[in-house]
Write a protein that binds this ligand. Structure first.
Ligand code: HXC
Length: 514
């Protein structure tokens, strides 16, 4: 009987505490078009799989009237559950409890679940909806964020870390996500900034809306902080599930294999790339013509669109695709696309995902803007990332591979395992026109008909270098293949690389051009 009473009391306590900031605050949250923290967890994880911990944790702040406040769950829900049938750790900040702000005990709940995730080698999902460090708690909140950042760094490259931004997030609530692997945002709901509009107004006297400062589109299109953009929270959860279906649960496992499927018939690989090297096309259709069921899951689709990155399966095996996108700025490499590509290579390398690189680019983008934005430093990140990556690396040159672009895009010289080229590939220091203008300048200007001479010299240069056979004759390319043979060659390359084992010189770590 006594036990029954205690169980009843426990149920009542659970009921009260699980209401977060109370009915009114929840109403406000829902009116803003947001789910509650608890609904978010339950919608994302497998049905009824969530197990909560530290529900009764209380804050210990004693200043600014905080001593009189009881904060249910201290503004964050933490626990474990399953997703796609596999174990997962999760926390969701509750904006209804003092704006989801992070104090000492709130941070303690998060670091505890992070420690579980790392120890059990399972992914960590953090749902961020927080005004950042709890101002009333002073240095204790800063200490809390420091502890989180440290753990984000320890877990980096060991377990997948996923951040979902589902509210106005400031300060540490965006710096922790920036240290994680994947950031998901939702239109009209997600906001990310280091300092919010109110602080900006008081310090700089400028008025700016949360949306303009750091809305979902700002981070999906301009800053590149977000990797996935969704229209609704539910769509966002589907994206998370899809991502997790492609990647392994930790760095000592391989991504789950699925039953092989052929690409859809509507993607005809030999008709996608135009012969004229100046004509654009969508390289994603080439990827769709290669991957199982033509299912390509693109990452950072809206940012630095001159490069395409993402996951697909080839004969059931997850592959990380990197490609130049001739549809946008002719597929050149610039500051942002270099950052985008380099980081993705490092993710795939850390998590045992083979890389396939599709090359068609005129090189690095010239000009004062790019030079001053640091294209040397950023561009070098690709060279570093490919050189360092030890996962199987397969490269297919579709059309142009000029200059630094040829070297950077997973060339033999950066230790690609297999390099294939289509018959229309052009491998040269630069495009025939630019090259002829430089090396035959004298002949062209002194000719009776300079334009005719220029055309002749362009043709001469094209015939000599604008083909794959010079590179193939040196062994820089392993095979010149028909477009229709591409999938078969990639499948085989990945199969024979199954037991690839190479080691790098012993060192603590390198010094990449961050
Ligand atoms: C304590 C906070 C808080 C915070 C919000 N609240 N942020 N309480 N500490 N950091 C409280 C508000 O007082 C309010 O309480 C409730 O949460 C809801 O906030 P609103 O301001 O009404 O909501 P909204 O208008 O949507 O604005 C959200 C916001 C804004 C943009 C996040 O609240 C804001 O700018 N907060 C401060 C952001 C910030 O500068 N944080 C510190 C960052 S420094 P009531 O009781 O009125 O409902 C940091 C250190 C780490 O994080 C640094 C990393 C390197």
């Amino acid at each position: 009987m006594a036990l029954e009473k205690k169980i009843r009391e426990l149920k009542e306590k659970r009921e009260i505490v699980s209401k977060g900031g109370g009915d009114k605050a929840i109403e406000k949250q829902v009116a803003m078009g947001k789910l509650t923290a608890r609904d978010r967890i339950n919608s994302l994880l497998d049905k009824e799989s969530f197990h909560e911990y530290d529900l009764f944790v209380q804050h210990d702040a004693r200043d600014f009237g905080m001593e009189k406040k009881e904060l249910h769950g201290d503004g964050v829900i933490t626990g474990t559950g399953t997703l796609n049938g596999n174990p997962i750790s999760i926390f969701a900040q509750d904006f209804t409890v003092v704006g989801g702000s992070l104090g000492r005990m709130h941070a303690g709940k998060i670091t505890k679940i992070m420690d579980h995730a790392l120890k059990m080698r399972m992914p960590l999902i953090g749902i961020n909806d927080s005004g950042g460090a709890r101002i009333q708690e002073g240095v204790n909140s800063l200490a809390g964020y420091g502890e989180i950042f440290f753990r984000n760094t320890l877990a980096s490259g060991v377990i997948p870390q996923i951040s979902v931004i589902l509210g106005p997030c400031a300060g540490g609530a965006v710096y922790s996500p920036a240290l994680t692997d994947w950031v998901f945002v939702v239109d009209n709901i997600s906001k990310m900034f280091i300092t919010g509009p109110e602080v900006i107004k008081s310090v700089l006297g400028e008025e700016i809306s949360q949306e303009d400062l750091g809305g979902a589109r700002v981070h999906a299109e301009i800053t590149g902080n977000a990797h996935f953009f969704a229209k609704t929270e539910y769509e966002c959860f589907e994206q998370i599930k899809k991502l997790l279906s492609f990647i392994p649960w930790n760095n000592s496992e391989k991504a789950p294999k699925t039953a092989p499927k052929p690409p859809k018939k509507e993607y005809k690989i030999d008709t996608i790339v135009p012969e004229d090297p100046k004509q654009p096309y969508d390289v994603r259709n080439v990827i769709r013509a290669i991957v199982d069921d033509s299912d390509f899951f693109e990452v950072q689709e809206m940012w630095a669109a001159n490069a395409v990155i993402g996951f697909g399966r080839v004969n059931g095996e997850t592959v990380g695709f990197v490609a130049n996108q001739p549809l946008v700025m002719a597929g050149v490499l610039d500051v942002d696309s270099s950052d985008k590509i380099a980081r993705f290579i490092r993710y795939c390398d850390a998590f045992n995902i083979p890389l396939v690189t599709l090359v068609d680019l005129p090189g690095y983008l010239p000009g004062i803007d790019q030079e001053h934005a640091g294209v040397i430093r950023h561009g070098a990140k690709i060279l570093y990332a490919y050189s360092e990556a030890t996962v199987p690396k397969t490269t297919v040159i579709l059309r142009k591979a000029y200059g630094g672009g040829y070297i950077a895009m997973s060339s033999r010289h950066l230790r690609a395992d297999f390099v294939f080229a289509w018959p229309g590939a052009e491998i040269a220091v630069m495009g025939p026109e630019g090259a002829a203008n430089i090396i035959f300048r004298k002949e062209i200007t002194e000719a009776a008909d300079p334009e005719a001479m220029r055309k002749e010299k362009v043709k001469e240069y094209s015939e000599k270098f604008a083909n794959p056979f010079v590179a193939a004759s040196k062994g820089y390319i392993d095979s010149v293949i028909e477009p229709g043979e591409t999938r078969r060659y990639i499948i085989h390359a990945i199969e024979v690389s199954e037991r690839k084992d190479i080691s790098m010189p012993k060192k603590k770590h390198g010094i990449p051009p961050f």
